[in-house]
Every structure is written in structure tokens, then in C-alpha cells.
Design a protein around this ligand. Structure first.
Ligand code: FAD
Length: 399
């Protein structure tokens, strides 16, 4: 039998005794250590265990699996997302097929309203938004396009987020919907942020008020945590929550999947990569419904939070009470959003170069690659990593 760490790529029968080092340390033998039980870590743990017969140890320093997508029943029995609303949407059939092994789906199309003055209006800006804001009666796409074109202000070179929005819709709409929201969200003025930040928010001339336009939009029927539980429920996988990778000592595994912050892995050698943090205020109200849609945005700087989420719209749960989350962006706390500025990418590139010198460690997910990824993108990235690991090592050890 093979020793751990020397199995073949398809080593379903690779269940030999622990390597001497592991036996000496008294620990159970593992081929692979996975740091982080979010999408990146859980997908790779599942693939390596179920697809390649590896013995996988998954650790997460939080007291639960699921990473930022973790959901749970709160004290009132309402299903809530601890780290803010997570809505699943994708154009990748491969990702849908993979996740569908672990969950059924509840169709859900996300809608967002922005609170402006005493009105609520669709976000992203569409024809209804323009009609409500300006008291107009624009009847068709052409009329809305002409209205926006008349407001758009040509910007010679589009560099910043401010340029993107002003060039598309003009200064007034920029100030109503984007400036305050962005300043709260990032703690920076849009004129200081890469153009990529608001390039994500389209403007529409029709009345489509769905927040996303992906071909697949749905929520896991029993929630994200239930999906993760099924993914990790494999005899080859051991999960330990409340365990920090840095406290593990030497496990003597041949392969590590690391999904935590890359700067922390390398002891902040090139400095700290900046993140925007969030504080969440969770509340339960003695009313069946609080707001008309899942998320209401507050673009004005007069209120400190950016948005309120009411989960029952997302989950379809019926309950006499309702639970909400307010989001307050902040500078210090858990890392949530990499701050998209060129100088931060320069620092990240240094860490990335260092990571390339560690063929035993695969850096996967949003913290390890310092990029804002949606859930489906992280699943796609993890599946691609698995394919690369198994094809590179065909006939050679993966674990
Ligand atoms: P994570 O989920 O962050 O998992 C990494 C895990 O590693 C964490 O649990 C962490 O505790 C653990 N870890 C880190 N360091 C260590 C260590 N040293 N030792 C042990 N464990 C460690 N995406 C969408 O598609 N739709 C949405 O609607 C959406 N909404 C979002 C809303 C918010 C507020 C945020 C912040 C993100 C949102 N996302 C959304 C993005 C989504 O959260 C990510 O794509 C996804 O969670 C990334 O998975 P991951 O595994 O890379 O990282």
C-alpha cells in the first residue's frame, strides 16, 4: 500500500498507513489539507475525496462551514445569512450541474429598489427609475436612451468609477445613485476608484427590473449550509471548525489548498493587502413583511448603512415574523472586499509571484487570489484547479 502523500491521481485504493511522520505525531493521516470551508475549500475537498480518493482534512477558523455563504436559523427561526445576502446566479451550466449534485433549487430572481427621498425605485437604473425620478412618461427604449444620452457627459479618458457613470448617465444620476453609495461602500470617492468598480452596474432603457440577467438564478432549496453539509459528507473528508491553520503545526501533507488571505499566509511580507470590511446588524421584526423586495439600497450619505436585506424574499420561507440585515461598511474587521486600486494589485502581484514558488500549495478563492468573485466564479475556479491538479499529476501523486 502507498504511504500518504504518495498516492496516484486516481488512487481510490490509496488507503495505506500514515507516513512515519504522521504516525509519530499521532495525527490521523491526510493526503491533503484544505484551509477554509467556503466554496473554494469545500468544492476542492469534495473533488479530491470523491473524485480522487484522497483523505482530506478541512479546517476553518470560524465555528461553521460555508464561508461567507453560511446561513442558519436565527433565534426567531428565520433562515438568515450571517454575512449578508448571497444570491446565486450564473451563466455556467457546468457550475449548476456540479452544485445540483448537492442541492435542489428554488427559482428566485433578485430585485433591488433604491430609496431616494420618499420614493423607492428600481436599481440598476431602468426606464421606470427615470420616469419615477423625473415624473416622466418615457414610453419605450428609444425615448429612455435619448433621455440618458442628453444627460451623459463625454469624458475624454475613462479612468475612474466616477468617469464611467458620468459618461454614461451624467452628473445628476451619478450623484443621486452612485456617489454616496460608493463613498459609503468603499470609504473612497468614486474619483479615486478603478473604473472596474462601477462597470459592474449596468443601466437599462427597458423596464427589466431584475438585478441580474444570468441564465440561471436560484437559491439552494434548503439553504447554503445544507448544501455544504452534503458536499462535505464523505468518508474521506474530516472537517474541523474553530481551527486556525496557523495553529496546526506541521501536518506533513504533500498538498495544501489554501483559501485564506494570501498576505497572511506569507506573514504580510510585502505589507497588508487592504480590504473593505462590513459590520452587520441583524434584526427580527414582529411583522410578516418589512419591505417590498429582498434588498433596498440607501444611496444617500444621510444614513450610515448601504442596504437592508429581508431574507424571506430570497428564501421563500413563510413565517409570522421577519428578519433583516443592515450593512455598515467599515475600515477594520473581517476582510470582505479587496479594494480595487492599481497599487493594491501591484502588492498582490508580489504575493502571487511568491505563491508560484510553492508548488505544494494551491491558492484558490477570493481571499487567496485577492479578487472579488461571485460564488459561481469561485466554484468554477475550484473545479479548474482540480482539473489542473489531476491532469498535471496523472500517474503521479496528487496528495
Ligand atoms: P470564503 O467564503 O471567505 O471562505 C474562506 C474561508 O477560509 C472562511 O470561512 C475563513 O474563515 C477561512 N479561513 C481563512 N483563513 C483561515 C485560516 N488561517 N485558518 C482556517 N480558516 C481560514 N457572491 C454571489 O455569487 N452572490 C451574492 O449575492 C454575493 N453576495 C455577497 C455579499 C457579501 C456581503 C460578500 C462579502 C460577498 C458576497 N458574494 C456573493 C461573494 C461570495 O461571498 C464569495 O464568492 C464566496 O464566499 C467566496 O468563497 P471562498 O471560499 O473563496 O471564500
Amino acid at each position: 500500500p502507498q504511504h500518504s502523500g504518495s498516492g496516484r491521481a486516481d488512487a481510490a485504493n490509496d488507503s495505506g498507513p500514515a507516513s512515519p511522520a504522521l504516525r509519530r505525531s499521532g495525527r490521523a493521516p491526510y493526503d491533503v489539507l484544505v484551509v477554509g470551508a467556503g466554496f473554494a475549500g469545500s468544492v476542492l475537498a469534495e473533488r479530491l475525496a470523491a473524485g480522487s480518493g484522497k483523505r482530506v482534512l478541512v479546517v476553518d477558523r470560524r465555528d461553521h462551514i460555508g464561508g461567507n455563504a453560511y446561513d442558519h436559523l436565527d433565534a426567531a427561526g428565520v433562515l438568515v445569512h450571517r454575512y449578508g445576502p448571497h444570491i446565486f446566479h450564473t451563466n455556467s451550466q457546468q457550475v449548476v450541474d456540479y452544485l445540483s449534485r448537492f442541492t435542489a433549487w428554488r427559482p428566485y430572481e433578485h430585485r433591488v429598489l433604491a430609496s431616494v427621498g420618499d420614493k423607492l425605485m428600481p436599481m440598476p437604473i431602468n426606464r421606470t427609475t427615470l420616469n419615477l425620478l423625473y415624473g416622466l412618461d418615457l414610453q419605450d427604449d428609444a425615448a429612455a436612451a435619448a433621455f440618458l444620452a442628453a444627460r451623459a457627459e463625454p469624458v475624454e479618458t475613462v479612468r475612474t468609477s466616477e468617469d464611467v457613470v458620468v459618461a454614461a448617465v451624467g452628473r445628476e444620476l451619478y450623484e443621486t445613485f452612485f456617489r454616496g453609495y460608493t463613498r459609503k461602500q468603499w470609504g473612497l470617492d468614486p474619483s479615486e476608484l478603478d473604473k472596474s468598480v462601477t462597470a459592474r452596474v449596468p443601466t437599462r432603457t427597458n423596464t427589466d427590473d431584475r438585478y441580474f440577467q444570468d441564465t440561471f438564478q436560484a437559491m439552494p432549496e434548503k439553504g447554503y449550509t445544507a448544501m455544504f453539509e452534503r458536499m462535505l459528507d464523505h468518508p474521506g473528508i474530516t472537517v474541523e471548525t474553530g481551527v486556525d491553520h496557523r495553529d496546526l503545526g506541521d501536518l506533513d501533507v504533500a498538498t495544501t489548498i489554501y483559501t485564506g488571505p494570501i498576505d497572511e499566509f506569507f506573514d504580510f511580507r510585502f505589507g497588508k493587502l487592504p480590504y473593505r470590511c462590513l459590520a452587520f446588524r441583524h434584526e427580527t421584526h414582529d411583522t410578516e413583511t418589512f419591505q417590498a423586495v429582498g434588498v433596498v439600497n440607501y444611496p444617500s450619505e444621510d444614513v450610515p448603512y448601504t442596504r437592508i436585506t429581508e431574507y424571506k424574499h430570497l428564501t421563500g420561507q413563510r413565517h409570522a415574523r421577519t428578519s433583516l440585515t443592515y450593512e455598515f461598511p467599515c475600515a477594520e474587521g473581517d476582510p470582505y472586499y479587496p479594494i480595487p486600486r492599481a497599487e493594491n494589485q501591484t502588492v498582490y502581484r508580489q504575493y502571487e509571484a511568491l505563491a508560484a514558488t510553492r508548488p505544494d500549495v494551491h491558492f484558490v478563492g477570493r481571499l487567496a487570489t485577492y479578487r472579488y468573485y461571485n460564488m459561481d466564479q469561485v466554484v468554477g475556479q475550484a473545479l479548474a484547479t482540480y482539473r489542473r491538479m489531476t491532469s498535471e499529476k496523472a500517474g503521479a501523486p496528487v496528495g
